[in-house]
Design a protein around this ligand. Sequence first.
Ligand code: PLP
Length: 383
Amino acid sequence: MKLKEKFPLAEKLVYFDNAVMGCAPQSTLDLMNNYMHALVDHMSGKRKWAFNVEEGKGALDNARESFAKVIGATKEEVHGVPNASTGMNVAMSMLPVKKGDNIVSTDLAFPMGAALVQKAVEKGAEARWLLSNKGVVEVDAFEKAIDDNTAIVYLDQPSWFNGYMFDLDAIADLAHDHGAYLVVDATQSIGAIDWQIDKTGVDFTATSTFKWLLGGIPACSAGFMYMKKEHLDKYDPAYVSGCTYKYEQTGVEGPYMGHKFTLNQGIGKYGVFRSPDLAFLAAGNSMKVLLDHGMKENKKLATHIIDMLLERGYELQTPVEEKRRTYLNVKVPDIKKTVEKLNAEDYWCCERVGGIRISPHFYCTIDQATRFVERLDQVVKSL
Ligand SMILES: Cc1ncc(COP(=O)(O)O)c(C=O)c1O
């Protein structure tokens, strides 16, 4: 694909580790540089003092607009959060669960997801863990596990370690037919695929800015959460801020005394976290670049890598069909040494759950993909 701008890190490295962190485009790097200079000048008193740095004005608001486009939602359904984990916590801590309820999830969930399910268990719910077979959990397992006591179906889409894409439509129908919510950690796909989330049955999701949204490294990242419109005003947020309530004086003098606290409407009341302008500036710009390029190339690159690996006799921990996966995970005899050697030569991938996770983004090239598999094969044979 012809790139409209430079991705310096992805040119320097053979980079197939986007599930760890994406590579920011040049225009985002320039913007970050500019903001950091302004910030330091600002804090050293070299500019006329104001509370905020002018260069960061509107960062969150603009980023929300772009994020809504990236996932196919409305701006009213999305908000900034410090990271994906916080976004998932916002949803999971506000949904009511009680003794007798159950939560259906799978062993393909990221450890953070398992922790959220555990919190529901501590409130009295039963965890129903579905076990994967060769990196896959089929719909019929959900069919057997979900019943009228299911409060939440919790998934990663795709699974973090192998890119497996659940049959979300079928699972959403099952969940909703039984009155359960579908809560999805989409950290590993938002920005990688064209979600059109409002057309899916996903009720709540979240992601971070430093992976597929190309917002920079974790040290300067943030995240987004999404709630389907009809849920925005159903529940109270577990965390509150000055944005959560309207305060109305009811006669008694004095701050807050005798005030009526009314919960605000809309997603703003969930946005109780201070937003780092740098992270949202970076992500906001990168998402524009992403939207300009489209979100279709990643799977094709993964297909090329899969074809080459299968020709060479490797076993995958990921389904082959494009519909059922994004990136991939391949088994090799000595994972640790293979990854160490590849990384040392600037071929980037990582060890995950008994295999090597290989995760291309659209700026990776077919030529890099070919070189990557050829080198991986040589390294495996040399160990
Ligand atoms: C599926 C998944 N969810 C959540 C996270 C954590 O994201 P954050 O650090 O933004 O909370 C990761 C990080 O690797 C992840 O892979």
